[in-house]
Design a protein around this ligand. Structure first.
Ligand code: NAP
Length: 264
């Protein structure tokens, strides 16, 4: 597994992590992914998966970079502190490595939310602060509101079929040294299933050339972009293994170009 820097923190994170929205695989597939080097797990207070993640980490907490999220309904100062306490309890840990605002909430001033998030860092309950589903403008407002602890990541939708962030958000994050955590990187499995669609035929041709699966090529395309890591989710041990196999090699510039043209 290859690693990338998390923002400008100097901390390295794996370029393929483990997503857990709608995760129902139990402890074992997560532990298998960790053993294969996917030592970043992403969860959220609203996923209902913090307990199983905590259980999977019981004997290996220090090996894993643990990311969770506060929901948009809990962005008032006291609510953030309470939500973090509850996540820590469910995760069975004393520290969250990356605490992310799940969605922006225009009804709560971002400065109030950031003040609470920074308090959590000062207390040692959180190491780094991130956001999720933040537009360029919302991200810049969050950066301006963060006084002592920077925003190190933005978790957003990004895959071959959904490339909206390439217009302005991705270049901005690359220029600022903010990590983009690509969610739904397999387009909810659609990029992993053979199809007669012309674009999927191009994906299949590239996969044959590099002797990898569709999912591995789709994920490798994501992480070929500077500052981008991806967090596919699977309930199944063998698919987690397959997804981890998206790291450790690179598509050629010509192959990336063909994919970019086919999925434009
Ligand atoms: N911040 C946000 O608002 C937000 C939103 C969405 C997602 N996320 C995060 O991103 C993670 C991943 O996104 P996602 O779950 O929406 O979508 P995804 O990872 O693109 O796709 C998951 C789907 O693909 C299937 N799959 C996984 N690996 C496969 C493979 N190698 N071959 C064939 N099928 C495969 C899974 O089925 P099986 O499980 O049956 O294998 C599941 O149905 C989430 O779990 C969550 O942590 C964040």
């Amino acid at each position: 597994m290859e690693y990338k820097p998390l923002g400008n923190t100097g901390v390295l994170v794996p370029e393929i992590g483990l997503g857990t929205w709608r995760y129902r695989g139990g402890v074992e597939p997560l532990r298998h992914g960790i053993a294969l080097g996917a030592r970043l797990i992403d969860t959220a207070e609203i996923y209902g998966t913090e307990e199983v993640v905590g259980e999977a980490l019981r004997d290996c907490r220090e090996q894993v970079f643990l990311a969770t999220k506060v929901s948009a309904a809990h962005l008032r100062y006291d609510d953030v502190l309470r939500a973090a306490e509850a996540s820590l309890r469910r995760l069975g840990t004393s520290v969250i490595d990356l605490y992310q605002i799940h969605w922006p909430n225009p009804r709560v001033p971002i400065a109030e939310t950031l003040r609470a998030m920074e308090t959590l860092v000062d207390r040692g309950q959180v190491r780094f602060l991130g956001v999720s589903n933040f537009s360029l403008q919302a991200l810049q407002q969050a950066q301006a509101a963060a006084r002592h602890h920077p925003i190190v990541s933005n978790q957003v939708l990004y895959n071959l079929n959904r490339r909206d962030i390439e217009r302005e958000l991705l270049p901005y994050c690359q220029q600022q040294g903010i990590t983009v955590i690509a969610y739904t990187p397999l387009d909810d499995g659609r990029l992993a299933v053979p199809s007669s669609q012309p674009r999927m035929q191009v994906l299949a041709a590239v996969a044959r050339e590099v002797n990898k699966t569709l999912a591995q090529v789709a994920l490798n395309w994501c992480i070929a972009h500077p500052n981008v890591i991806a967090i596919p989710k699977s309930n199944r041990r063998e698919r987690i293994e397959e997804n981890c196999g998206a790291s450790g090699w690179r598509l050629s510039a010509a192959q990336l170009e063909r994919l970019n043209a086919a999925f434009s």
